[in-house]
Every structure is written in C-alpha cells, then in structure tokens.
Design a protein around this ligand. Sequence first.
Ligand SMILES: C[S@@+](CC[C@H](N)C(=O)[O-])C[C@H]1O[C@@H](n2cnc3c(N)ncnc32)[C@H](O)[C@@H]1O
Length: 359
Amino acid sequence: MDLGEALSAEAKLRPTEGGGKDPPEAKSFGKSSAEDVKRREMPPPPVTNCYVSILDRVCRGRGADMMQNALKTSGPYDELHVYEVEGRLEGFPHSWSEEGFLGCWYEGDYSFLFFCAPREGLVRGFLDGRPEARLRTAVVLPYEEWEAGGPLRPFRVGPLWVLPPWDGAEPQAGEQVIVLDPGVCFGSGHHPSTRACLDLLVGLYGRARPRRVLDLGTGTGILALAAARLGAERVLAVDLQPLAVETALANVRRNGLEDVVEVRLADAAQLLGEPSDLILANLSYDLICRLLERPWRGTGCWWIFSGVVGAQVERLKERLASLALKILEVRGENFWFSVLASSARQGGNVKSFVSGPGA
Ligand SMILES: C[S@@+](CC[C@H](N)C(=O)[O-])C[C@H]1O[C@@H](n2cnc3c(N)ncnc32)[C@H](O)[C@@H]1O
C-alpha cells in the first residue's frame, strides 16, 4: 500500500545535528506531535523514496473519533529508534533481542532496523563486515507517534473488543476480545482502511458465515483475528514482510487462535489459488488491480478490498463489475475507500473470475 497521502501534509521531520535540509519527500512522520520526531542523516545525506515509503506505510492518518471515549493507555515502548540501511540485511544476532531489537522491515533494497533504545553503535558494528550495506538515516520518535498518532487505545467494532496487551482492561462476559500488539507493523485498527474492513467484516458475518478466509497482507493479523473471532473456521493470513509475519503470529498465539489462523510468509499473488469463501485485501489500488489480473482459482464468494483512495474507488468498481463481481457495499472515510463484493451467485462457481485474463 502506498501510504503517504494521508499524512504528508500533517507533520514535518525536524533535522537534528548534522541533518541538513529535509529531503523534499520526507515530510510526514506522524500525526500530531511531529516536533518530537528526530532524524539524523548519515553523510552523505541521501534522499530515498524507500525512507518515506516505509515510514508512511506504518504512519498513515488515524481517525481520532473512535479513540475519544477509550481508556487512557500507553504503548509498550517509550521511543522507537529506526536505522535505515541501504542493502538487504539478514542474520541478526539473537543477542539483539536483549538490546531492544524489534525487527527489520524491508522496502526495496533498504532495510529498516527498529529498536526501542538508541543502538547506532550496535548497527554500525553489524555493518562493519558488510561493505555493501550503508547506514543512511537514524530516526527517533515516540512510539505513540508511530502507528496511531497518539496512545493506542482499546476500541469496539460490533461484538469485537480490540485491546492492547498492556491496557489491563477486563473484558466483560460475552465480549469477543482480540488482544493485539501491533509492534511496528500496520494494522492497529485505527486507520480508516482497517476500520472499514472491520466494519464490513462484522456486517458480513451478521448475515453470512464465510468458513475459509484468506487475508492478503495481514500486517498485525488484525483482520484474520477478527474473522476468526466472528466465526471463520480456517484463516490463512499472508504477508511478504517477515516482521509482519512474526507480529501476526505473536498476536495469533496471544489470542490462542493457532488452530484457526495460519500465518505464512508469502506474496499475496502466490496464495490466490487457495480455496476460500472470503478474501480480505487491504493493500493498495495498484496491487489489487495486479492481483485481479491474475487467475483467482479460489472458490471465493466474498471479497473485501481496501486501501483505495479517492477516485480509485470508481475505477475499482468498474474493474470488479467487468469480472462479474457484485458490489454490495462501499465505505468511505477521509478519502479511504473499502468495498465489499460478492460473486454473482454466492456459493457458486465464480467462473468469470477463474477464467479471467491470464487464466
Ligand atoms: C495496509 S497493510 C494492511 C494490514 C492489515 N491487514 C490491516 O488491514 O490493517 C498492508 C500489508 O500488506 C503487506 N503487503 C504488501 N504487499 C504485499 C504482497 N504483495 N503480498 C503480501 N503482503 C503484502 C504489507 O507488508 C502490509 O503488512
């Protein structure tokens, strides 16, 4: 998902010592308190789209409305220290877990190392034997600025009650609880695209019971967990980021849903053939279109597409209609749109999809 749009006008990075000027793209980094964000570029100061892309990926705009009445909480870490390295890094020492290493996110040829404490020396030491890799930038920001633009708070969607593990709230009897630690991955539930998916999921399970669910681009696993709590019997959740897979897996275990939700490291395109009654795709318009060009051999009855902005939704609707998918509902908030669609004959053979271009 290209996620820069929502926040790009809202916050500016503040260069610190040795920083020089902000690269023109590096405008957005959080929602409300961007003054707290510090960024240092390593000489020579690079300008990379990757940098903006990864930060915006996880920092998209968050609606404050759903959090207004929620409990006051704080995050699991005070600060995030993010080291952007040119080059694809792997094989991090196990001992790093004791140094506050949270994981690595890949964006093109760049690796973003996340720590909850300053660890530039550690990173530089790791890079010593890797001449092909170069530390490009170092960023420090409050954890609260990373995902939600404020403290992560519990929220309800229909019967679902999503709680951070550090919240300490006591679920009431009969509540469908999802304990979710987003870490540094996308999918806290506070972004309009995720929230709309949750709303559509709750509405769908109110009138149908998709048993097998495919969650493409699971991030924290939030939609997969929601589907499981709402009654799905088998959920396959995939992401191409190892860090997202680790995060989603931890959340699945935290909720005791290992028997229902399987998390796999894979490209969404590889999983399209999996039999499923419901496919969730909170990705981006471009990626959704690319996926729609491929043969969808699943027996899918319902689809929820999200991560679509502005006028893209009209183009997506046309595309879905050309594939004989019926649009059941469209949700829009702050220019983010989500679509619930079904095959013309729910439960039947989605032949037009199966034999679409490339089949
Ligand atoms: C916007 S997040 C959605 C997270 C979560 N499903 C939600 O609704 O909040 C998109 C996720 O898709 C993943 N992703 C992007 N391209 C992908 C691809 N081709 N295959 C699998 N996952 C992909 C990203 O790593 C990211 O975790």
